[in-house]
Structures are given as C-alpha cells and as structure tokens.
Design a protein around this ligand. Structure first.
Ligand SMILES: O=c1nc2n(C[C@H](O)[C@H](O)[C@H](O)CO)c3cc(O)ccc3cc-2c(=O)[nH]1
Length: 317
C-alpha cells in the first residue's frame, strides 16, 4: 500500500490508454486514484451540441465504453441520428456523431445551458460509471484549437477529420487561452501530487493546450517530480498526426526531440525523467545530455497489460 498521489496530463487515444494503465498500476499498489487533467482544446460546437472529444475518449475508456477499433466514440454505437442530420444538411458531412455519443453531447449541452461549468459537467458525466480516476478538464473556459494554413484558418477537427492533416499547418492557436483559468482543483492537485505524468499524447494539440492555460505550466514546473512518456516509437507516431504537428512547431519526430521540447526542469523546462521506447534506446544519451533522466521501456500499449507496463515504467522512473 502506498499513498503516492499522481496527476496525469492527457488527451486523445494515447492519453486514454495510458490513463487505463496508470489506473491499473495504482490499483495494484493500493495507491489513491489519479487525477487526470484532460485537454479541452479540441472541443467544438456542432449541430447545437458541445463536443469534448478528449474528455469523452478518457471517460469512455475508463468506463469500458469506448470503441477500441475506431479509436473514438462509444462501442456498439449506431448512426441513425447522424443519417438524419446529414439528410438535413446539418453538421459536417465528414464528421460522424453516434447515437449513444449524441446522448452524452445532449446531456452535456443541457447541463451547460442550465449554467453548470465545464468541470461540474465533467463531474456529472464521471458519476455514471466507476472510473477509478478523477477527471478534470484543463479549464472551464472555451478555448478551441484553430489550425492556421495557407488555405485559411480552420477548426482543428476540420483539419484532422476532413483533411486528415494533409494541409500543411503553419501554426496551432487557441484563441482566448491567455485569459483562460485552470479548472477548479487543477493547480491544487498538481501542487499536492508526488508525481506528475505527461501522457504519450500529442505534445502540440493535446499536452500543448493544457500547458498553455496560464498557471498550469508554472504549477508543473513547481511539482515534486515530473515524468513524461514518449508518444514517438522508433521515430514514428503510434497513431494520429503528431508528426505533422511537431513539424509545424519546428520539432523533429524523434523521442529525444520531444523530450528536449518539454525541456529539463533544472533548466526551466518540465521534465525530470523521460520514458522512451526500446526502439529509441540509442537516443537515450541525447536525452541525458539535455539534463533529463532517460528510462528505456517497451511502449506499445496493445493491451491492458502492456498499458499497465508503460504506466509502471513511468511510476518507477
Ligand atoms: O476521424 C474521425 N474522428 C472523429 N472523432 C475523433 C476526434 O476527431 C479526434 O480523433 C480527436 O479529437 C483527437 O484527439 C470524434 C470524436 C468525438 O468525440 C465525437 C465525434 C467524432 C467523430 C469523428 C469522425 O467522424 N472521424
């Protein structure tokens, strides 16, 4: 039994899988449940409802309700309402809203319209299933992610789901983030944590917006210990479009480059240690050279045991 208090910063499928592993590893150690600070930068309004893809990815995964094949939405979902929306010409023809998923969006939007804050809504959504972790949004303020391209500015979801990241991004922006405030409990959880973990989520559009909420980066820098987990394995992204996003901000798609992007805590960055894949072991000296302690471990999260192994490596780092 341990009293280790852990905070995870997470977003997307990588964040959800890693969070499952952290939950399992902490349960095995009889440690308290982790607090998971989730990216809300890829949220959007569509057909009158508020979507929170990263919140829902983590929520559904912890609840065992996620579609593991598609990587987003609810398992066993149907698309009857979506077909009607398409017939009306409502929403986006390239963006599917499942029927069960829409139930979540309607519940969330109703509560928001009744005056609940985003974090109060996340708390309500967290009560339906035993999650084994405490979910908090990074902020209650609306800060969607926009992608600036030569073809114009568009919402991150349009760039990703419609264009499949094929239009070169010039920049990623979160309009209004300078005025955003960390959601209640975020700074307190980080300050009280024995360990803050950066999940192997997209460093630019998942972890980036969380750290850009004023006060969160500073809180992580002041945390007792910070360990990051690489989402790059063997010089490639496991899934998603982190490589395109990293190129846009001038960072190479290499594990050591992402570690250097986060930076060593001793030099004003964030990391004490960096968990990197066995395939990237040759890059460990470069990470060490940045002042970050490298830990080499198997990082493929193909099943629950593998995810727990990755989480355990981060907890031990
Ligand atoms: O590739 C897709 N991803 C879809 N996603 C996933 C999402 O676009 C991204 O993968 C994440 O935002 C990236 O973290 C959805 C997520 C939701 O919460 C709700 C609806 C969708 C719909 C789609 C979709 O039609 N196509």
């Amino acid at each position: 039994m341990t009293s280790l208090r852990v905070v995870v910063l997470a977003g997307g499928v990588g964040g959800a899988k890693f969070t499952l592993g952290v939950r399992a590893a902490l349960a095995r150690a009889q440690a308290p449940e982790a607090t998971v600070v989730v990216n809300t930068g890829d949220d959007l309004w569509l057909s009158g409802v508020r979507l929170q893809p990263d919140i829902d990815s983590v929520l559904y995964a912890l609840a065992g309700q996620n579609d593991t094949v598609r990587g987003w939405g609810r398992t066993g979902d149907t698309e009857r309402v979506n077909a009607e929306l398409q017939a009306w010409g409502a929403g986006w023809p390239w963006f599917t809203l499942g029927d069960l998923d829409l139930g979540t969006h309607l519940a969330r939007t109703g509560w928001l319209r009744e005056g609940l804050s985003v974090s109060q809504v996340v708390e309500r959504l967290s009560q339906r299933w035993p999650l084994g972790a405490h979910l908090v949004p990074m902020t209650d303020t609306e800060v969607d992610t926009h992608v600036v391209t030569d073809a114009g500015r568009m919402h991150f979801q349009e760039w990703w789901t419609r264009h499949r990241a094929t239009i070169a991004p010039r920049a990623f922006e979160n309009p209004g983030i300078e005025a955003a405030v960390p959601a209640p409990g975020v700074l307190e959880a980080i300050a009280a944590a024995d360990l803050v973990l950066l999940a192997p989520s997209n460093p630019v559009v998942s972890i980036g917006p969380i750290l850009a909420v004023p006060g969160i980066r500073e809180a992580v820098q002041a945390a007792k210990r910070v360990v990051g987990v690489s989402g790059i394995i063997g010089g490639k992204v496991v899934r998603g479009m982190a490589d395109v996003c990293l190129t846009a901000i001038g960072v190479e798609t290499r594990s050591d480059a992402v570690a250097a992007h986060y930076g060593a805590r001793a030099e004003g960055g964030l990391l004490d240690a960096w968990v990197m894949a066995e395939e990237d072991a040759a890059l460990a000296p470069a990470v060490q050279g940045c002042g970050i302690h490298p830990v080499v471990a198997p990082l493929w999260m193909n099943d629950a045991a593998a995810s727990e192994g990755v989480a355990q490596a981060a907890l031990d780092a």
